[in-house]
Ligand binder design. Structure first.
Ligand code: GCO
Length: 455
């Protein structure tokens, strides 16, 4: 057994990430309750290919096979998420032992292979009964998250050091409750701002609950931050507003205990109560950054902007705007520009001095049409993306950003939310029907880098 490395910053640790709903399948096994994503998948038209998460990669029943793939890749960290509805099928009350057992197998399987486990407590699979009671716009959901976090930390806190509470709360709040593209698929701008605040409050309460159960724990949060670049002067105001919702809302609250003045909904004392911001400030011991693309903003005008980059409805209250990605773009329509990652790491390290950073997700969707003689994908474009973004991460580190880890998204081609199975981000292909894992050229490339990093 290799020895476990701590993420102490002495070198950049490489890893891979997944998320529960995207890979597990087995959505009714061992007492799992329904989540808001199971519900959204049944809504006609919500998922591009009409698919759902009931099979996904079948990872719930393939823990050892997947962890062996990670071990053979040679990386040192595995970021995965814990499905709340497996641990608390109703989102409250007693723990479901079988659900906790599953994640104990994942954690112990990591440790046995010398891999640092990096669990995320909430990657979007809210138990449906909590949505029925109001979801994230309801303040009580924040306390539910803390109760659930305490349950998990009491079981796994002796073996896990680095925890994250939420994955990309911007998506939960603004894609879930404003744009309505993600679960629960509501289009209620006021509810989205309430959700944003309760997610942050929930993070703060959950972090406290984890630390109470596991005093040595380092509890962070994972944000999808993006540089926002106005394409012309006329777009400055819109770009500033997008930046406020995408980036400043979260960082201002976590670092200073304030919300941007430009977002009046977050200055309502009925929503943001005395003491809330004081609890949120300083509640993250590290920050995870998920980066895929910069946002170039143009003013409304001739020609449709790219709705595929981001829906303007996800920025309620913004002056009218368009997203204007430049070529080259990935299959998601997202511009490829590694300098955006370097910029976001450097600006965040200045904005949040003293907080270690991790690149908790970064990756690319491509069609993988080119095949080698043995049938495996020759995904040169994904290799180039990985190479350039890893280099950008190292440049930011060399320039002084305290970046501890680079975690590639993602191990397996999986359920890509509203895009269903139509977008492939994996280093490993999952054959439809058999669920056989077939490593791509990018897996072999990353394995080469991981081997070199350890020497
Ligand atoms: C995310 C998501 C991933 C997505 C990835 C590509 O946190 O945004 O964690 O689940 O699959 O970002 O869209």
């Amino acid at each position: 057994m290799s020895t476990l490395r701590d993420l102490d910053g002495s070198d950049l640790v490489l890893g891979v990430a997944t998320a529960s709903f995207q890979i597990e399948g087995a959505t009714s096994a061992d007492g799992r309750g329904p989540s808001i994503w199971d519900t959204l998948c049944r809504r006609p038209g919500a998922i591009k290919d009409g698919s759902d998460g009931s099979t996904a990669c079948g990872s719930y029943d393939r823990v050892d096979e997947d962890l062996d793939l990670i071990r053979d890749l040679g990386v040192e960290a595995y970021r995965f998420s814990i499905a709340w509805p497996r641990v608390q099928p109703d989102g409250r009350g007693e723990a479901n032992a079988a659900g906790l057992d599953h994640y104990e197998r994942v954690v112990d399987g990591c440790l046995a292979r010398g891999i640092v486990p990096l669990p995320t407590l909430y990657h979007w699979d809210l138990p449906q009964p909590l949505e029925d009671d109001g979801g994230w716009p309801a303040r009580a959901t924040a306390q539910r998250l803390a109760d659930y976090a305490g349950i998990v930390a009491r079981r796994l806190g002796d073996r896990v050091t680095w925890w994250s509470t939420l994955n990309e709360p911007w998506c939960s709040a603004f894609l879930g409750y404003a744009a309505g593209i993600h679960a629960p698929g509501r289009q209620e701008p006021a509810a989205a701002f309430a959700a944003a605040h309760h997610l942050l409050l929930g993070h703060a309460l959950a972090a406290e609950a984890v630390r109470a159960a596991a005093p040595a724990a380092s509890v962070g949060i994972v944000l999808n931050l993006a540089p926002v670049w106005p394409e012309e002067d006329a777009a400055r105001e819109a770009a500033d507003y997008v930046d406020a919702i995408q980036n400043r809302l979260w960082l201002d609250a976590l670092v200073d205990g304030s919300y941007p003045a430009i977002l009046p909904a977050l200055h309502d004392p009925a929503l943001v109560r005395d003491g809330d911001l004081a609890a949120i400030a300083g509640s993250a011991a590290w920050l995870g950054i998920n980066y895929y693309t910069p946002f170039r903003i143009g003013p409304a005008g001739e020609g449709a902007g790219s709705e595929r980059v981001q829906s303007p409805r996800a920025y309620p209250g913004a002056p009218s705007l368009r997203f204007l990605p430049r070529e080259p773009v990935t299959e998601m329509g997202w511009e490829v520009d590694a300098s955006g990652l370097e910029e976001v790491l450097l600006t965040t390290s200045r904005r949040a001095p003293g907080l270690p950073l991790m690149v908790t997700e970064n990756g690319s969707a491509y069609a993988d049409a080119t095949r080698s003689a043995d049938g495996s994908a020759e995904d040169d474009d994904r290799i180039a993306y990985l190479r350039d973004h890893l280099a950008a991460t190292r440049r930011a580190r060399d320039a002084g950003a305290d970046v501890r880890a680079y975690i590639a998204w993602t191990l397996l081609d999986n359920f890509e939310w509203a895009e269903g199975y139509t977008k492939k981000f994996g280093l490993v292909e999952v054959e439809a029907g058999t669920l056989r894992r077939i490593p791509k050229a990018s897996y072999r490339y990353y394995a080469g880098l991981a081997g070199r990093a350890k020497r």
